[in-house]
Design a protein around this ligand. Structure first.
Ligand SMILES: *Cc1c(COP(=O)(O)O)cnc(C)c1O
Length: 389
């Protein structure tokens, strides 16, 4: 059976070149970077070279790059770390309603600790209005955290404008850029109002369990992991050297190929969308065809329930997601689609198609050829759809 993987916003396969540079660090170059003997020094060199590579790809300096175990840890460190370090200045934090759970749950934790959180709304395309941010800022606001690109609908936030507002008020700005890396060119020298930025390896054809955070020099932040003096005392724990080496390579490839990939993915998803809307009535696009990263299409097929669609597609070898990976398996409509004012019955049917670098036009044709029949079969069993027609 043909297999088509269209769930790249959940995770991506490791690029062969990435795997290759990692392998020696599982084998003969296994040293602990904190050891002072030759094995250790060899690992330490690899670690610091990876840090310099990541820094230069982002326009940062290497002492502003901290390796973590992924996007979730980077987000936790950014939100909780700055909240605590600056709590004498204020207890108010601003984020958006469509953040990843790593941000939302960190904020919920902080609420229990006495912090006050404002969750900014988004418009029907999943975009935060900078004016809303301006209105939400208070005397005691210390941090604003808004994601660069949303993982469910692919909407791109106005990060430059948003971060300019916070800079004027001397408030820290963090962005979860996990879904932006490799899709949008990012340079923190140009985006000079951003104070912190989260990244993850496995979303950019790198390994799982490794990521990084950019923390601009001078940002006051409390560490969350205590132990040794790793990562300049911001994050204790022996570094995942193979993972970090792989992450740096993955980021290098992602940055190198960003233009080609965007062209490739724009073509695939636009043709896919056109084929589907020509062959199937009542297809609803959640989000916008232009204000999005080109790999992501979030679609609802009126009257069809998301989970049954996923299972039907899975039987045909096609992997997609409903809502975000973390909420699949529950019947609650996604918090992102709810925030976009999408009706619950449409949100329940939302399917996220997220393409990646290995997808081809053949994949598009295959999935577009099996969907019309699948949708009409599922609709014929749907009391919702039958009633309407
Ligand atoms: C995947 C993802 C994360 C979490 O990253 P992990 O490395 O899996 O912990 C955070 N934010 C966004 C937007 C993501 O898509």
């Amino acid at each position: 059976m043909k297999k088509v993987y269209l769930d790249h916003n959940a995770t991506t396969p490791v690029h062969p070149e990435v795997l290759e540079v990692m392998l020696p660090y599982f084998k003969e170059k296994f040293g602990n970077p904190s050891s002072i003997h030759g094995f250790g020094r060899e690992a330490k060199v690899a670690l610091e070279e990876a840090r310099e590579r990541v820094a230069s790809l982002l326009g940062a300096s290497s002492n502003e790059i901290f390796f973590t175990c992924g996007g979730t840890e980077s987000d936790n460190l950014a939100v909780k770390g700055t909240a605590y370090a600056n709590r004498k200045k204020g207890l108010h934090i601003i984020t958006s309603k469509i953040e990843h759970h790593a941000i939302l749950e960190s904020c919920k934790f902080l609420e229990k600790e006495g912090f006050v959180i404002t969750y900014l709304p988004v418009d029907s395309l999943g975009v935060v209005d900078p004016k809303e941010l301006g209105k939400a800022i208070r005397e005691d606001t210390t941090l604003v955290s808004i994601m660069y690109v949303n993982n469910e609908v692919g909407s791109i936030q106005l990060i430059e404008e948003l971060s300019k507002i916070t800079k004027e008020k001397e408030i820290y700005f963090h962005t979860d850029a996990v879904q932006a890396m490799g899709k949008i060119p990012i340079n923190v020298k140009k985006l000079n109002n951003i104070d912190m930025l989260s990244m993850s390896g496995h979303k950019i054809n790198g390994p799982k369990g490794v990521g990084a955070i950019f923390i601009r020099k001078g940002v006051r932040i409390t560490p969350w992991s205590h132990g040794g003096h790793h990562e300049r005392s911001r994050r204790a724990g022996t570094e995942n050297v193979p993972g970090i080496v792989g992450f740096a390579k993955a980021l290098e490839l992602a940055v190198r190929d960003v233009e080609d990939q965007n062209k490739h993915l724009k073509e695939l998803t636009e043709i896919f969308y056109r084929k589907l809307t020509e062959a199937i009535p009542d297809v609803i696009l959640n989000g916008d065809l232009n204000q999005r990263v080109f790999n992501t299409l979030n679609l609802s097929f009126k009257g069809v329930e998301g989970e049954s669609m996923i299972l039907s597609l899975d039987l045909k070898g096609v992997a997609v997601a409903s809502g975000s990976a973390c909420t699949s398996g529950t019947l609650e409509p996604s918090h992102v689609l709810s925030a976009m004012w999408i009706a619950p019955e449409i949100a329940q049917g939302a399917i996220r198609f997220s393409f990646g670098r290995d997808n081809t036009m053949e994949d598009v044709e295959y999935v577009a050829s099996i969907l019309p029949e699948m949708v009409s079969r599922l609709r014929s069993m749907s009391p919702l759809y039958a009633k309407e027609k």
